[in-house]
Design a protein around this ligand. Structure first.
Ligand code: EPU
Length: 336
């Protein structure tokens, strides 16, 4: 079934709680509905909306938002080491993680409690605590609005990288993700190297799936604001990837500067949260928006702010970090 709304209010459809509207919103249940929607002719401007957890509306959206409504998880294959599952696009990501943990399947637990839907996860290759969605994604099913057909992309086709994929580039405004297949391990494979995760898991009695999930949930709840209480979209900026010389310069100026390896060995990844924090902006507030007091990477809407106000704050943060450290930080959030 297709549900169509004109002048759709977006306040409850974006975790930043920005009060904008979309000219048209189309929610669909089955993948066949997409043939009907795009069979009438492709809307000139459209955007696939998931849970609205990684988006900032800066104005009325003068186009069509396409939103999958079907949710559900099923096991579709199994071999000696793994189980493959398929989750429909509108499934809450964390419901999928909980399902895997309940079924004794390894690989999703470090990604517990990330807000958003399964269909949105491949777009920015969501990640946390040393894991990312690409580690478990096997195939992604999409509707190609140009060819007007359903296609299945293998993992390599998705060109996953740090917070990046083909869905942010060639396939932006071309494909709608309808479901995601993930391959999970049957044998224990704890991944506890990130930060203080190991000590949190040990404090709970060891590396069981349940303890890892509970530890990740507790760490996230301690640092990241609840979107029901305070408008935000998680990390607003990506951790910047810079050449090694820049990383080493910052480390020599301040030995506490975190440096992470990057895919390219000539480069390294910095912690944008650390840069913003050391630039003195953690807890900074300007009117109805601010930098979160416990995690400097998160920009917050204290209530009633427009997307423009959030963007003005983001530009301020970018320019202070650039002046202080000579490093550019880029938004991770999709800005419409
Ligand atoms: N840091 C500070 N001050 C801050 C925040 C961080 O000094 O205000 C330092 C921390 O002490 C640590 C380093 O910066 O040494 C990294 O911080 P953290 O481990 O909190 O992770 P992050 O790099 O800030 C990334 C992801 C998060 C994910 C965490 C945990 C990005 C853009 N963000 O944040 O993802 O939960 O790692 O794995 O990669 C999201 O994308 O929305 C998100 C929340």
């Amino acid at each position: 079934m297709i549900r169509e709304t004109t002048d759709a209010p977006l306040l409850r459809r974006n975790s930043f709680h920005v009060d904008e509207t979309a000219a048209r919103l189309i929610e669909f249940d089955s993948t066949d509905d997409l043939d009907a929607v795009f069979g009438r002719g492709r809307p000139e401007v459209w955007y696939a909306l998931g849970g609205g957890n990684n988006i900032l509306f800066t104005r009325r959206f003068e186009g069509t938002l396409i939103k999958p409504a079907a949710a559900g998880i099923e096991a579709i294959g199994e071999d000696a080491d793994s189980v493959t599952i398929r989750a429909a696009a509108a499934t809450e990501w964390d419901d999928m993680v909980a399902w895997c943990v309940d079924h004794g399947l390894w690989g999703a637990e470090n990604l517990s409690l990330i807000p958003g839907t399964v269909g949105a996860a491949p777009v920015q290759n969501i990640g946390a605590y040393g894991a990312e969605a690409a580690d478990i994604i096997h195939r992604v099913e999409v509707y190609d609005t140009h060819r007007r057909e359903h296609i299945t992309l293998g993992k390599a086709d998705c060109r996953f990288a740090y917070r990046d994929s083909i869905f942010k580039h060639e396939f932006r405004s071309r494909t709608v993700i309808t479901s995601v297949e993930m391959r999970l391990g049957k044998r224990p494979a704890p991944n506890l190297a990130y930060g203080d995760l190991l000590s949190h898991v040990e404090a709970r009695g060891g590396a069981s799936l349940r303890n890892i999930r509970d530890a990740v949930c507790a760490i996230r709840r301690g640092k990241l604001p609840d979107t029901d209480e305070l408008g935000n979209a998680g990390s607003f900026f990506k951790n910047p990837i810079v050449d090694r010389a820049t990383g080493e310069r910052l480390r020599s100026e301040d030995p506490s500067c975190p440096l992470y390896p990057a895919a390219d060995p000539a480069k390294c990844k910095l912690a944008a949260g650390w840069l913003i924090d050391r630039a003195g902006l953690k807890g900074y507030r300007s009117g109805r928006v601010g930098v979160h007091e416990r995690q400097a990477l998160v920009l917050v809407n204290f209530g009633g702010a427009t997307g423009g106000e959030v963007m003005a704050l983001a530009r301020h943060v970018q320019s202070v970090v650039l002046d202080r450290f000579g490093v550019e930080i880029e938004p991770e959030v999709n800005i419409l």
